[in-house]
Design a protein around this ligand. Structure first.
Ligand code: AMP
Ligand code: ZN
Length: 110
């Protein structure tokens, strides 16, 4: 998608701190982290939102979650949140589906 920020990141037209990449998914650090760990897990296919997911996308939707799990394990995270913001009123600002992985640093936990 021509004017999509995340498509530009996927095509490496805009720099990002990539932490994971395969043929279908890319993950990079959120530029304005809400916690010590804040990654975005993004399919390379341009799908706007969870509300645009179709039956044919179900493998990809599952892979986003499994990729988040793999990334969390790689970073030794024992607890984290996975968040999809859906639509403007759901807090979604970028119209390319993405899963937020957010975690406090383990040492900071009570
Ligand atoms: P959302 O509000 O769910 O659409 O989330 C969009 C996220 O993308 C926000 O947390 C932003 O901080 C993040 N973001 C915006 N621009 C960039 C960028 N160039 N690189 C990395 N993350 C970004
Ligand atoms: Zn896009």
């Amino acid at each position: 998608m021509k004017n999509c920020l995340f498509c530009k990141i996927i095509k490496k037209e805009i720099p990002s701190e990539i932490i994971y990449e395969d043929d279908k998914i890319i993950s990079f650090k959120d530029i304005r982290p809400k916690a010590k760990i804040h990654f975005l897990i993004v399919p390379k296919e341009h799908i706007e939102s969870v509300s645009d997911l179709e039956e044919k996308n179900k493998d990809l939707a599952g892979e986003l979650i499994l990729t988040a799990k793999k990334i969390a394990e790689k970073h030794n995270l024992t607890g984290y949140k996975l968040i999809f913001n859906v639509g403007r009123r759901g807090g979604q600002l970028i119209d390319h589906i993405h899963l937020h992985l957010v975690s406090r640093d383990i040492e900071e936990l009570p």
